[in-house]
Design a protein around this ligand. Structure first.
Ligand SMILES: C[S@@+](CC[C@H](N)C(=O)[O-])C[C@H]1O[C@@H](n2cnc3c(N)ncnc32)[C@H](O)[C@@H]1O
Length: 93
């Protein structure tokens, strides 16, 4: 384990309109270190779905929550782009 990860900021095709989107490379690396295949990754502040995307790509399951419909739509699109199976709903409480 190391305490420093360097990546460029999100740019190009990865970049969405979410203002604080994290680079997928970092999240993916953390998931690989701290979880196992088949685990469920819970992200209660999922934003553009970086964690969702990374988790599904490396064989984790994902529960992702965001209370902003605009960001939820971005997340939905990102997941769909990778032909991953996901049950996606937006429920207003
Ligand atoms: C720092 S951003 C997450 C960015 C995300 N990691 C990404 O890469 O796109 C935090 C998110 O938490 C959401 N949020 C804030 N308060 C919330 C709440 N009470 N319940 C659910 N989501 C919330 C915001 O809409 C925002 O998208």
């Amino acid at each position: 384990m190391h305490n420093f990860i360097e990546t460029p900021i999100c740019m190009g095709r990865e970049r969405t309109k979410h203002p604080t989107q994290k680079p997928e490379k970092i999240i993916r690396h953390l998931l690989e270190v701290f979880s196992n295949e088949g685990d469920v990754i819970l992200d209660c502040f999922a934003g553009s779905g970086t964690t969702t995307n990374a988790a599904l790509k490396i064989g984790r399951n994902s529960i992702s929550i965001d209370n902003n419909k605009k960001y939820f739509e971005i997340m939905k699109k990102r997941v769909a782009n990778h032909n991953l199976y996901a049950k996606i709903t937006f429920d207003k409480i």
